[in-house]
Design a protein around this ligand. Structure first.
Ligand SMILES: Cc1cc2nc3c(=O)[nH]c(=O)nc-3n(C[C@H](O)[C@H](O)[C@H](O)COP(=O)(O)OP(=O)(O)OC[C@H]3O[C@@H](n4cnc5c(N)ncnc54)[C@H](O)[C@@H]3O)c2cc1C
Length: 397
């Protein structure tokens, strides 16, 4: 039986961020003993991915950042460009491999954190803590006892919601024959893509040089596409919309991020908490999760360092979640024209303020001002409809 004060289940964005924050402490604070458990290589491990987020100035994980942008662009369906300088913020891209290496290097120098490769089967509350049931790499059963457990495994199913959409995407890391990209500008939403019958779609371009970029096709809609459907959609965007010319696909990325108004439980036992996407860190209206994970794990680490009960705080305020619920309903119900709505928001609200809004750093009057730039009729009807809708389990795509 292994023993620790803290067990972290899952070494993805959330588990690694929390372990990194617990590995070192300032003088005068407590350093809990930590075991970080991750599934062995295989089906439980998520594929490589890139995480983007924004922050002002230098950040904790800058050594792992591949690229940063100060200029962001949105393109309306007509092709009209909406550009924004987000100074003092920077839009940052981290590859999961680089993040893992950075955290592994820092954890190697810590005596507080031990790492363990095993598949977690269940976590149960026991008197004075929790017991983690593990299956190690030889298939043997093991147990880890901890005062507190932070579980970041993806939940088997999503909680019942009034609205659940999926943000699903497929991207190519490309190298082009000609210098076609502007490395200073990231394209957040390019609505020149063909729009699906249900939901909306857009292109996303993160250039890391004049000839290299991540080019993605994204949908907010009820169902993912087939592999062929994604290939065709990215190809159309790269060849016919962006007209990139000859190119080589260096690697690909595919993802599905649930966008749900369901409350995600963060405390699932007296000593057991959920963190990360499983703990509601995803902003429902955008799918951005990485920044929410940082807010959540930094609060948990601070509580542990001070010897307090480390309940993860909500990554997004009740007001932000309520506004997102209305937006999701308007999009899912087909009341709002998604591309027009987002293009109008970006055209009328300074990008810096929109990014602060998405981080939950705006005041009530600023939120209302953002809300007023959305189409008032559809949003109001969606807001009035919401309380009348039952929460339903998501049957899956
Ligand atoms: C392709 C992709 C791109 C994304 N890009 C962005 C982005 O640009 N910006 C952004 O903000 N968000 C993005 N997201 C959303 C979100 O940030 C990521 O999903 C992020 O990885 C969530 O972190 P997490 O720690 O909650 O979950 P994960 O990173 O998925 O980590 C879960 C961990 O649990 C482990 N695990 C699973 N089962 C077991 C088990 N039984 N036992 C032990 N360990 C187990 C896995 O090995 C994994 O390490 C993206 C998501 C995807 C899928």
């Amino acid at each position: 039986m292994l023993d620790a004060e803290v067990a972290i289940v899952g070494a993805g964005a959330a588990g690694l961020s929390l372990a990194h924050r617990l590995a070192r402490t300032a003088p005068g604070t407590r350093t809990p003993s930590v075991v970080l458990v991750d599934a062995p290589p295989g089906p439980l491990r998520p594929p490589r991915r890139t995480w983007c987020f924004w922050e002002a100035g230098a950040g904790r994980f800058d050594a792992a950042v591949t690229a940063t942008w100060r200029q962001l662009r949105v393109r309306a369906p007509s092709g009209r460009e909406i550009d924004g300088d987000i100074e003092p913020l920077r839009y940052k891209m981290i590859r999961s491999d680089d993040f893992e290496h950075l955290v592994a290097r820092d954890l190697a120098g810590s005596t507080a954190v031990r790492r363990l490769e095993a598949a977690v089967e269940t976590v149960e509350d026991v008197p004075g803590g929790a017991l983690v049931h593990l299956r190690d790499t030889t298939g043997g059963a093991r147990f880890l006892r901890a005062r507190w457990v932070f579980d970041s495994r993806p939940p088997g199913s999503l909680p019942a919601a009034r609205t659940t959409l999926l943000q699903h995407f497929h991207g190519w890391f490309v190298r082009t024959a000609r210098p076609v990209f502007d490395p200073w500008t990231a394209d957040l939403m390019d609505f020149r893509t063909p729009q699906p019958a249900d939901g909306l779609s857009f292109g996303y371009v993160l250039p890391v040089g004049r000839r290299e970029a991540l080019v993605e096709y994204t949908e907010f809609s009820p169902c993912p596409l087939t592999a062929d459907g994604y290939e065709a959609a990215v190809r159309h965007y790269a060849e016919d919309v962006l007209r990139l010319g000859a190119l080589r696909v260096l690697s690909t990325e595919t993802g599905v991020i649930p966008m749900t108004d369901a409350p995600m439980p963060r405390r699932v036992g007296a000593s057991v908490f959920r963190i990360g996407a499983a703990g509601g860190a995803t902003r429902p209206s955008t799918g951005y999760t990485f920044a929410g994970i940082q807010r959540q794990t930094s609060a948990v680490a601070a509580a542990l360092h001070r010897g307090r009960v480390p309940v993860p705080p909500p990554a997004h305020s009740a007001r932000a979640r309520a506004m997102d619920a209305v937006l999701l309903r308007a999009l899912a119900g087909g009341r709002a024209d998604g591309p027009a709505l987002f293009a109008r928001l970006f055209a009328r609200v300074p990008m810096r303020r929109l990014l602060r809004f998405l981080d939950g750093r705006t005041r009530l009057y600023e939120d209302l001002a953002v809300g007023l730039h959305a189409p008032v009729g559809p949003m109001l009807r969606s807001a009035l409809e919401l309380p009348t809708l039952p929460r339903r389990p998501f049957d899956g795509p």
